[in-house]
Write a protein that binds this ligand. Structure first.
Ligand code: ADQ
Length: 470
């Protein structure tokens, strides 16, 4: 059996408190299952040359972490990754600030990652690169002589060519994606968007009837691999945490009120400003709920050096303050808005305690919190999920209350519908969603992707069998 090597920009080191983020949750579950190597940035920035990777081994997983130079962190991570690709891929051109200096830093950091990874590779490795920070990796690893199968999974949405074309280096980005053996997307929409780019650049004939893509001498496969959650681990975490101290103190403080819960990284794509305004709309439209509902929004800060994130933070503080100022009573606060981090298990306990889970991103690759909310519920008395139809998860969770996150009136109505839904309907909707979650769980995601990679059209079976060379 080949060894799995995952590469991502940021890696979650054991013993350090986990950085919130779906990518880390997904990769760690994958690697814990199969063992292997996880290579990436360990979260430290330095002034001098970053040097060789640090190696830690824990529970069958080898972690190889590299540092980033401060300047590279600014231009590659804050800059190209999070001020160009992230907003563009989420259709937020307002947040995009392109410079060729950032583009060069992106290429250089990718090259340095590739150079440092190559000596760690073994002859039978299968290499799985994650997310938009590292799109050029396959080209750079191939240039360094790596012949093993290399796959790429995009955790965020992929934009249609009409949006992608805004990027000056869009053709390079598309070419880089075709250097992989397998490219995976969260949803059919993202795959179609990728096809629109391939067709634009290489012509419709590059996409074969069986879905494979042929560019010059290379054949690759692009497909949909919706990421899932570890359903039984979430259930276990949620049940244990519910009777733990932190969750108990929170539920006691509700004094019998219904809880609506939101958990998101503080990011403009998560639709928090719109959500706060929908909640205000709901309190105005359905005043019977005044004093009877508590909305807790947990939103740990992320990417605090990027300007758009400073702006969104201010807007949210103002919006929460406005709603609380207008509706709060001496013994009731309508919104509790927290910018802090909690252990994953505690979050699952909070989700289980909620009658309503509210997940209304303006655009999202998948959204694992939506899936975790469903998995964390008590099946005999489940809470109701309100889900944006612009999140990838909506393609699978059709039994949630689907809303357009920009329509504050509709989201307000959905909150009311969730609070008044009968037990029978709640159970039916929950059971339907659980079926999907179990079928497409995190193990299925890993298995399907790794199998696709091992059977990829470009992966040379002779190299696989005899394991000669990287
Ligand atoms: P994210 O944008 O980070 O992920 P999401 O999918 O919701 O969004 O994943 C967040 C994860 O972090 C969840 O597992 C959640 O429980 C956890 N988390 C959130 N806040 C936390 C906190 N305070 N403490 C600890 N854990 C916290 C990206 C894409 C998504 C895609 C995922 C996975 O943007 O669209 O679903 O990757 O592919």
């Amino acid at each position: 059996m080949s060894r799995l090597v995952c590469v991502s920009n940021r890696i979650s080191l054991p013993r350090k408190s986990a950085a919130p983020g779906g990518l880390a949750v997904g990769i760690l579950s994958a690697l814990k299952r199969t063992g292997g190597l996880w290579f990436g940035w360990g979260g430290e920035t330095v002034d001098t040359d970053p040097g060789e990777p640090d190696i830690h081994i824990r529970d069958g997983v080898t972690y190889a972490t590299v540092d980033l130079r401060k300047r590279d962190f600014e231009l590659y991570y804050n800059g190209y990754a999070n001020e160009v690709l992230w907003p563009l891929f989420h259709y937020f051109l307002k947040g995009m600030r392109y410079s060729s200096e950032q583009r060069d830093a992106y290429e250089n950091v990718n090259r340095s990652f590739a150079t440092k990874l190559v000596p760690l590779l073994e002859p039978r490795d299968t290499i799985w690169i994650h997310d938009y920070h590292l799109i050029p990796m396959a080209r750079l690893l191939r240039d360094a002589g790596v012949k093993r199968p290399i796959g790429f999974f995009l955790h965020i949405p992929f934009p249609n060519i009409e949006m992608l074309r805004v990027l000056p280096s869009y053709a390079e980005l598309l070419r880089d994606l075709t250097c992989y053996d397998v490219v995976g997307f969260q949803t059919q929409n993202d795959l179609q968007a990728f096809h629109s780019g391939v067709e634009h650049l290489f012509g419709a004939e590059a996409i074969k009837p069986d879905g494979r893509i042929r560019v010059g001498e290379r054949t690759m496969r692009a497909d949909v691999f919706p990421i899932g959650v570890d359903v039984s681990a979430v259930q276990e975490e949620a049940t244990v945490a519910l009777s733990g101290d932190v969750v108990r103190r929170m539920t006691d403080s509700l004094m019998g009120r219904s809880l609506m819960m939101g958990v998101d990284r503080l990011d403009y794509s998560k639709g928090l400003v719109e959500r706060f305004s929908a909640y205000q709309h709901f309190l105005e439209t359905y005043p019977d709920n005044l004093g009877n509902i508590t909305y807790i929004q947990i939103a740990p800060l992320s990417r605090t050096d990027v300007r758009a994130y400073v702006d969104i933070r201010q807007q949210l503080e103002q919006a929460a303050g406005r709603t609380n100022g207008r509706f709060a009573d001496t013994d009731w606060t309508p919104i509790r808005y927290l910018n802090r981090n909690f252990p994953h298990a505690t979050l699952m306990g909070f989700l289980r305690a909620a009658k309503v889970g509210i997940v209304t991103p303006l655009r999202d690759g998948m959204n694992l919190v939506a899936k975790e909310f469903v998995a964390a519920q008590d099946a005999t008395d489940p809470g109701v999920l309100i889900l944006s139809n612009l999140a990838g998860a909506a393609r699978e969770l059709g039994s949630a209350l689907l809303v357009n996150p920009y329509d504050s009136q509709a989201v307000g109505h959905a909150i009311q519908a969730a609070l008044s839904m009968t037990l029978t309907e709640r159970r039916e909707r929950h059971a339907a969603m659980m079926q999907v979650l179990k079928r497409n769980d995190i193990a299925a995601w890993t298995r399907r992707f790794v199998e696709a990679l091992e059977q990829a059209p470009g992966a040379d079976p002779r190299v696989r069998a005899v394991g000669n060379g990287h």
